[in-house]
Design a protein around this ligand. Structure first.
Ligand code: IPD
Ligand code: CA
Ligand code: CA
Length: 316
């Protein structure tokens, strides 16, 4: 839809001077400085829409990079363990995303998995969480379950989220207070109210695998549901809960960039996200439980029961 570098998100008048979004992190200030006549006195929700539009554009362009890389010879490196892969595709995608976010929002901080992000020059309250390729192992094996995941947080509040699977052209988006969409259509979590008839999903860490207690949880949840999938992309797994494909998801030891976009998608699609104790999930927390809301307490009760006979989850 938008050519590389040829698309100007609304209210980003020029890339080579300070944009309204870059006016120091104060949204109201940014609105006051906006040079676009039609932008006027827009509410904060409209600013969020603009952030979301920029994130969608960037995720789709990064997706093109992943598809290009899929047909090229693989360059795999290992990040400290025998299954923690990083490829040329992760690096190229991240370089592009960080560059483009920095161009559009120079005052925002960018936290990106492969380490090329940055803190903002001034103390910005805005932070982008970027997973340039979630599902690297799938990608490296040509299994087309991978995505780009980008989310924007203002302090502790997630504002905008995009999860994009470029292979199937599946685009999940959410903006705080404005709902979640799948390829442009509003989505809602499933209405399945019992664990025994639910389809679940989980994942396993790539670091410190032997310390993970998850095989125990996997076994028990399998026995108590229609089944547990292990798709290998936490961001897509969460997006699938938002879209009602899965009724629930849990995983230990995920990082902020794995979950930030998916959490907002689920919240905006009417679902619930917490830890196993029922406390609000904190990005980067030791465990995430994300459901359609209806089976949340049943999943939580079973998880607590399993945890009584299983060692505490260890951080990867
Ligand atoms: C991984 C995937 C996987 C999850 C791992 C993550 P990556 O992210 O999300 O589903 O189980 O814990 O590390 O390395 O492919 O970006
Ligand atoms: Ca990831
Ligand atoms: Ca990744």
């Amino acid at each position: 839809m938008h050519g590389m570098g040829g698309y100007t998100p609304p209210c980003i008048p020029s890339f080579n001077r300070q944009t309204p979004f870059a006016a120091g992190g104060k949204v109201k200030n940014a609105i006051a400085h906006c040079e676009y006549p039609y932008f006027g006195e827009l509410p904060i929700s409209s600013m969020t829409k603009n952030y979301l539009e920029a994130a969608i554009e960037i995720a789709q362009e990064a997706g093109k990079i992943l598809i290009e890389e899929l047909s090229r010879p693989l360059h795999i490196a290992y990040k400290g363990s025998e299954v923690d892969l990083v490829t040329q595709a992760d690096k190229r995608s991240e370089r592009f995303i960080v560059e483009r976010l920095t161009k559009y929002f120079p005052d925002h901080a960018v936290a990106a998995e492969e380490g090329t992000g940055h803190e903002s020059g001034s103390a910005s309250e805005f932070r982008w969480h970027v997973d340039p390729l979630d599902g690297t192992t799938n990608f490296a094996h040509g299994y087309p379950c991978f995505c780009v995941s980008i989310a924007l947080a203002q302090r502790d509040s997630l504002l905008a989220a995009v999860v994009f699977n470029p292979f199937y052209n599946e685009l999940f988006t959410a903006a705080r207070g404005q709902g979640a969409t799948f390829n442009g259509k509003n989505i809602h979590v499933s209405k399945n109210a019992t664990l025994s008839t639910s389809l679940l999903c989980t994942g396993f860490p790539v670091r410190n695998r032997k310390a993970s207690p998850n095989l125990q949880y996997y076994g028990d949840f399998t026995q108590h549901s229609h089944g547990v999938r292990r798709d290998g992309s936490a961001a897509l797994d969460l997006a699938c809960v938002a879209a009602g494909r899965f009724d629930g998801f849990w995983e230990f030891g995920l990082q902020k960039w794995d979950t930030a976009a998916g959490v907002l998608l689920i919240e905006e699609a009417g679902g619930k996200v917490s830890d196993f104790a029922g406390n609000p999930y904190q990005l980067g927390g030791p465990v995430i439980l994300a459901t359609n809301g209806l089976i949340h307490e049943e999943m939580r009760a079973l998880a607590l029961e399993i945890s009584r006979r299983t060692p505490e989850p260890l951080r990867p």
